[in-house]
Design a protein around this ligand. Structure first.
Ligand code: PLP
Length: 403
């Protein structure tokens, strides 16, 4: 089989083998229920508490401020619904127009029960302005929720400034840091956030496990009811193996973050320079500086309606990239709500190709991608069977390059 090049880490990341090793015992002999008082139960409890400390350490939190959930989506739901319910009123949530569906759909749900929702606009780079937040804070607000890093264009928001302004008004601040965690430094105290969502599978951990950071003293109601696990905020027998994997993933990400960020930003700069050289009709999306290190979104002038074909051509050639976000894949061909909010016309808003690089990508893969790129674009005007010519040559990529 030809080696594949995986450039879609914003959708999900491959499990780090070190994470898999840490999880191993909890898929086998270490099966105890962490609520049991016997030795098996105590071993599971100890593993969870180690992982809680590891996840807390990634974001500068105290271990008891971490609530494990089943996903980043559930963490977002708990933050928004939990804060509104705890306020005892329908309340008012201020968010942005470029959030992930986990926030936008939760806001729609809350609106159905009378919660007022304000969507802050963003500029052409995808940035929220502190002035627009200040205007929204003139009325009574229950919670402000602004994502730390956007999943489609990679723009980083000025969370520290936005959260600071929000706190000055005595309002709770939540950030969806699912895309940012493990890629840029995050410290909940420096950022002044009260609630922060995380997901393990975006940082080389397993799928189906997330967490919500809940600052000590923050009033939050549960959205799942039962045996009272996770300080009563998330009932259910804990996903021990997932939590252990999350902890290991967080510890590795913390350890390697600075070096990885520099390495991935280097790849990104190189790819964007080559992109303009090889395809002068290309253009980039997102903020040029305030952005995720390994994330690059681009479009091709005049070829915006062909992105589906282009992604398929890359796939056939052995390269996994995406058009927009994985979560919007069911709506491919439709303009991206994020790009429309950034002021792109409907044509451009259809034409985004996202490359998101991660831990196991190499310079050799980047070079190989750049070799395939112009040929993949050329297939847009030729019959589909010509795409077979594009296959990643086995000789170009040593087996095992994907580690
Ligand atoms: N928030 C953002 C910004 C995301 O990119 C994603 C996943 O793509 C989520 C939330 C949802 O996380 P999960 O897949 O763990 O439910």
């Amino acid at each position: 089989m030809n080696p594949r090049i995986y450039f879609d880490h914003s959708a999900t990341t491959p499990l780090d083998p070190r994470v898999l090793t840490a999880m191993g015992p909890f898929l086998g002999g270490a099966f105890g229920n962490p609520s049991s008082l016997h030795q098996e139960g105590r071993a599971a409890r100890a593993a969870i508490e180690t992982a809680r400390a590891q996840v807390a350490s990634l974001i500068g939190a105290e271990p008891e401020e971490i609530i494990f959930t089943a996903s980043g989506t559930e963490a977002d739901n708990l933050a928004l619904i939990g804060a509104v319910r705890a306020s005892g009123r329908p309340g008012h949530v201020v968010t942005t127009s470029i959030e992930h569906a986990a926030i936008l759909e939760t806001c729609l749900f809350l609106a159905g029960s009378g919660t007022k929702i304000t969507h802050l606009p963003v500029d052409a780079d995808g940035l929220v302005s502190p002035q627009s937040l200040l205007r929204a804070l003139q009325s009574k607000v229950t919670l402000v929720s602004v994502m730390a890093a956007n999943n489609v264009v990679g723009t980083l928001q000025p969370i520290e400034e936005l959260a600071h302004l929000t706190k000055l008004h005595g309002v709770l601040f939540h950030t969806d840091a699912v895309q940012a965690a493990g890629k840029i430094p995050l410290d909940v105290n420096r950022l002044h956030v009260d609630l922060l969502s995380l997901s393990a599978h975006k940082l080389h951990g397993p799928k189906g496990i997330g967490a919500l950071y809940v600052r000590k003293g923050t009033r939050l109601s549960p959205i799942v009811f039962g045996g009272g696990q996770e300080r009563g905020l998330r009932s259910a027998t804990e996903n021990v193996v997932g939590i252990v994997g999350f902890g290991a993933g967080a510890a590795i990400a913390r350890e390697e973050l600075a070096e990885e960020a520099t390495r991935l930003a280097g790849f990104r700069t190189f790819i964007s320079e080559e992109l303009f050289r090889l395809l002068p009709d290309s253009y980039l999306f997102g903020h040029p500086v305030h952005r995720l290190p390994g994330h690059l979104s681009f479009g091709l002038r005049g070829q915006e309606r062909e992105v589906g074909k282009l992604v398929a051509a890359f796939d056939a050639a052995g390269v996994a990239v995406s058009a927009g976000s994985a979560c919007s894949a069911n709506h491919s061909g439709e303009p991206s709500n994020v790009l429309l909010a950034m002021g792109c016309d409907a044509e451009r808003a259809r034409g985004l190709i996202r490359l998101s690089l991660g831990r196991f990508n190499t310079q050799q893969e980047v070079d190989c991608f750049l070799e395939i790129l112009p040929r993949a674009v050329a297939t847009l005007s030729v019959p589909r069977n010509a795409v077979a010519e594009l296959k990643v040559p086995s000789s170009t990529l040593a087996a095992g390059a994907l580690a």
